[in-house]
Design a protein around this ligand. Structure first.
Ligand code: F6R
Length: 589
């Protein structure tokens, strides 16, 4: 949710900031803004919608600036509301990633003091608060600290100050990472934003302020009021290429990459897994936690831990942790699942659980994330950067890891590795023109429909839910995924002639139930589509046969949903990699 970027260095600042914001656009693309210091004055260029492909600012002799890409929280999507926001005397600008939760109260008291607001965004409250505190502070830094301490919520702000020719930033909750290289200093919401220039990163913690001046940085603890000496560390895992290759969209590239990423995410030795495996065996209960797609991963991992490893595993949605808190203690283990490692709902749950003394292990894809630093142990999904807002390869990476973990608990590590390898090989064959054409053809039938239902059971229940989420996100059609057993308890009332129903059919103990459910909707006129490895000619109007796998059917079954999502959105002319209203990293609640 919102990306922030700052740069001071020897290269052309507008170009560097533009490139950085392009890489941060997955965090929000309602509007963007770039501010630079030129001849002692701040110059700002802003617009609504996506950043242009080429840098919109021509200047070649500018070395300092900040930028922001917005996911709107308070205030409509307008140029006025686009960040950064100017101080009344135009001497500084501020951009924010987060929400000022006490915005209404603060705005009212500032208005009572005579401050006039020009925008509808909560960030303007920060600007006015800093102006107000500046009157009684020695420096802008002190004023910023005083203002910042009055904010409620998870907010990280960046300030460009033309008077002192400096950049200031403070972090609370929303991520902030610093990068350095010789005379260049970068600040960003994630390290991939400056990865092409620097892999030397400095992690910034909550309550820390960064001062960048004369091409040097200082870290200041706003509570102890002392400077901190923290040297950069090299983050090798950042060496990730970000391009679409021969593909039209990141989404299809990332879907096809799954044949390799399921191997990378499970490239852990038994020795590396042992500490967590030993802990799980001793734990009273295991709680898996996540939100959105990562929430469905958490569901599926808990399913594997129960079904394969016979452990008492319970999945909780990050944003619904509260009612479980009194049940979870230090005899339990929590497994947090997150692509970004920055999701506010997940971080907040983990922060509380950590205070309760609970052991936290995480599965994360983004190197250097906050969640990795909060966790007692963590495993990287190693899926590489996932640029498309809708998660595909990271979902299968997470659940493949969960599968390996569960099999390792029962001493079947080698068997799991073999199965994952076999699936990877079979996926190689699955991703071919014939598959793509078949799915494209089915989406032509679906494109004029509005409501769709997906049935799953057992290993495929959460796959039905994730499949529905994936298609909703990009096609904007109403897809609902649920347990096939639920059908007769209400949902069947919605089935009429021509309603598409997708059944996930695996050759397992639930196959008969799924066939019966499909027959029931077919009898009421539904268009029936099967996905799986058990074709039944009397049952289905269309059938997508998945890549062959033994116990990893849930992984092969989710992939056709990702492809339906892609081709349906393409058919509908939607923005595939950046669907409306969404952001990849949800750092606000
Ligand atoms: C959906 C999607 C989101 C994320 C969710 C959690 O395709 O990507 O639902 O899964 O916002 O994000 P992370 O995994 O970063 O915690």
């Amino acid at each position: 949710m919102c990306g922030i970027f700052g740069y001071m260095g020897s290269s052309n600042a507008p170009d560097i900031i533009h490139q950085g914001l392009k890489r941060l656009e997955y965090r929000g693309y309602d509007s963007w803004g770039i501010s630079t210091i030129e001849n002692g004055k701040i110059k700002t260029t802003k617009d609504v919608g996506h950043l242009p492909e080429k840098s919109p600012i021509e200047s070649k002799s500018v070395s300092t600036g900040v930028g922001h890409t917005r996911w709107a929280t308070h205030g409509g999507v307008t140029i006025t509301n686009a960040h950064p926001h100017y101080s009344t005397d135009n001497s500084f600008v501020i951009a924010q990633n987060g929400i000022v939760e006490n915005y209404t109260e603060l705005k009212k008291s500032l208005e009572n003091l005579g401050y006039v607001f020009k925008t509808q965004v909560d960030t303007e409250v920060i600007v006015k608060l800093v102006e107000h505190e500046r009157k009684s502070s020695k420096t802008l830094r002190d004023a910023l600290v005083k203002a910042f301490k009055q904010l409620d919520g998870r907010n990280t702000v960046i300030v460009l100050d033309s008077k002192q020719d400096q950049i200031l930033a403070i972090r609370n909750g929303s991520p902030l990472i610093l990068g350095t290289k010789e005379k260049d200093v970068y600040l960003a919401s994630d390290p991939l934003a400056f990865n092409q220039y620097s892999q030397n990163i400095v992690e910034i913690n909550n309550g820390e302020l960064i001062e960048i001046k004369d091409n040097k940085y200082k870290i200041y603890d706003i509570y102890s009021e002392k400077y901190i000496n923290r040297k950069p560390r090299e983050e090798k895992q950042l060496d990730i290429e970000i391009n679409k290759g021969d593909y039209d969209h990141y989404m299809i590239k990332e879907i096809v990459e799954q044949k390799g990423t399921i191997l990378k995410s499970t490239n852990y030795s038994q020795k590396e897994l042992k500490p967590l495996v030993d802990r799980l065996k001793k734990s009273k209960s295991i709680y898996t936690i996540g939100a959105g797609t990562a929430g469905y991963s958490a569901d599926q991992i808990a399913y594997y831990l129960r079904k394969i490893a016979n452990l008492n595993a319970i999945s909780i949605k990050s944003y619904e942790t509260e009612s479980y808190l009194n049940l979870i203690d230090k005899n339990d283990t929590v497994i947090a699942v997150s692509q970004s490692g920055e999701t506010a709902d997940t971080l907040e749950a983990i922060e509380i659980l950590k205070k309760q003394g609970v052991y936290i292990s995480s599965i994360i894809n983004m190197p250097g994330s906050t969640l990795s630093r909060l966790s007692d142990s963590f495993f990287m999904s190693n899926a590489g950067s996932e640029i498309c807002v809708a998660s595909t390869k990271v979902f299968t990476s997470q659940i493949s890891f969960g599968y390996l973990l569960s099999k390792t608990v029962i001493g079947k590590y080698k068997e799991a590795k073999k199965e994952i390898y076999l699936l990877s090989t079979n996926l190689e064959d699955f991703f071919n023109n014939k598959t793509f054409k078949q799915i494209e053809k089915i989406t032509k039938v679906l494109k004029d429909k509005e409501h769709f239902f997906i049935l799953g059971k057992g290993q495929n229940f959460h796959i039905a839910q994730e499949g529905a989420l994936k298609i909703k996100e990009i096609s904007y059609k109403h897809f609902e995924g649920f347990a096939a057993g639920e059908l007769k308890h209400g949902v069947i009332a919605l089935i009429e002639k021509g309603t598409p129903v997708i059944s996930i059919i695996s050759n397992d103990s639930n196959v008969r139930d799924l066939i019966s459910a499909t027959q029931e909707v077919k009898a009421r006129g539904a268009i029936t589509i099967g996905i799986g490895d058990k074709q039944d000619e009397n049952c289905f109007d269309y059938f997508i046969t998945v890549a062959d796998s033994n116990e990893l059917k849930s992984i092969s079954n989710v992939i056709p949903f990702q492809l339906i999502s892609y081709y349906l959105a393409k058919e509908l002319g939607n923005n595939i990699d950046k669907p409306r209203n969404l952001a990849k990293s949800v750092t606000v609640k």
